[in-house]
Design a protein around this ligand. Structure first.
Ligand code: UT7
Length: 355
């Protein structure tokens, strides 16, 4: 007679699962992306703000960005990217939706349940993750946890942001940097050794520097009095220079930590998909890590900084153009308000992006 297989609950405990190890790996099996059709060039911005194409290109690497039309929300972007990722994954239903965003449709409720409903996913668990520009990497880790815990076998992970709805239209710096968009992947339960398997991760935060990136109004700290708060308090504010310094430091450290955890050398990384905040920032991180320029994925010139959408948009675009190819070892690293940062590694699977 076959001996009974010990269930997870009764199996002898081997202690906590080590950081980065997972009993069932989350495997990327589909990717999609969407940007709204309206393009805003640097020249168009220079017609209404005290800026120039030359300043924006040389200081940030951005040539244009996409922005939502009035009335179009983050949930609308997430829906489009989510639909495309599901199509890329072959259309099989998912059992959870995790949406990373800084610009939810409303402060309450979360945006993810409505997106799941509009995608026709029935009553699956759906929730938002708030980690600003690191949100997508945090959401990947969260979804991997759901899969490892046996709570879902397939998860839709979306990064979507509409920063044009929160930047001060008179602030030439933030208006020039940010753009709107959404990217999404489908994760399925699989084997840690197969292409597409995510892991290990590195995640971190420093709330002591929370004030470097803020929107002051709309939360519990600045209580609603029933009257509108002063306009600047509704806008996104960033101490660009300090954030730049922190981003270089934290992204480099996080990338190095995840490589150490994975037992990889930097010359084993084929493509670095870093948060597309500034082309100079990507150069600085790549130089510190010892990456060759041809290994750095660049998407910022065409879309700007799309916050939580930045990493999946860059990844989808690179996979679409053949810059990221099946079998490539890919390093994902993001940084954002919080402060927060995170990295993950995977070998790119054979999946067709839908854009
Ligand atoms: O997504 C989360 C992570 N975000 C980041 O990592 C962003 C990191 N920070 C940055 O990318 C850069 O700091 C910025 C692009 C935001 C700013 O570039 P910078 O080289 O740090 O410029 P700065 O803020 O030091 O400003 C230099 C000058 C200032 O003029 P003065 O005071 O020297 O006369 C600014 O007013 O550039 C001016 N400036 C502009 N000029 C023309 C700032 N924005 C603009 C603009 N056009 N759009």
């Amino acid at each position: 007679m076959k001996p009974p297989t010990p269930s997870r609950a009764t199996a002898p405990s081997a202690g906590p699962v080590p950081l980065g190890a997972s009993p069932a790996a989350a495997v990327v099996c589909g990717i999609g992306a969407w940007v709204p059709p309206r393009v805003v060039t640097n020249a168009e911005l220079a017609r209404r703000l005290d800026t120039s194409d030359d300043w924006i290109r040389t200081r940030t690497g951005i040539r244009r960005r996409h922005v939502v039309a009035p009335g179009v929300s983050t949930g609308d972007l997430a829906l489009q990217a989510g639909r495309r990722a599901l199509e890329s994954a072959g259309g099989a239903p998912v059992e959870a939706v995790v949406l990373a965003t800084t610009t939810p449709d409303r402060p309450c409720p979360a945006t993810a349940p409505e997106v799941a409903s509009r995608l026709g996913l029935g009553g699956v668990p759906a929730f938002d993750v708030a980690a600003v520009c690191t949100g997508f990497v945090y959401a990947l880790a969260t979804a991997s946890g759901l899969i490892a815990a046996g709570l879902a076998r397939r998860v839709l992970v979306i990064g979507a942001d509409a920063f044009s709805t929160i930047v001060d239209p008179h602030d030439r710096t933030t208006t020039a940097i940010f753009g709107d968009g959404a990217g999404a992947v489908v994760l399925r339960s699989g084997d840690p050794a197969e292409p597409g398997a995510l892991g290990p991760f590195d995640l971190g935060s420093d709330g002591g520097l929370a004030d470097l990136i803020t929107v002051e109004a709309g939360g519990s700290r600045q209580r609603s009095t029933g009257r509108t708060a002063p306009a600047p308090d509704h806008y996104f504010r960033m101490d660009g220079k300090s954030v730049f310094r922190q981003a270089v430091l934290r992204m480099t450290e996080s990338a190095q930590r995840v490589l150490d955890r994975a037992g990889l050398r930097i010359d084993e990384v084929d493509r670095f998909v870093g948060h597309q905040a500034n082309a100079r920032l990507l150069d600085a991180v790549a130089a510190r890590l010892g990456l060759l320029p041809e290994h750095v994925v660049r998407h910022i010139d065409r879309v700007g900084n799309t916050a939580a959408a930045s990493v999946p948009l860059a990844l989808a675009d690179a996979a679409h153009r053949g810059v990221v190819r099946p079998g490539h070892r890919v390093l994902l690293t993001a940084f954002g308000g919080g402060l927060t940062w995170g990295s993950a590694v995977l070998r790119w699977p054979d999946c067709r992006p839908v854009l």
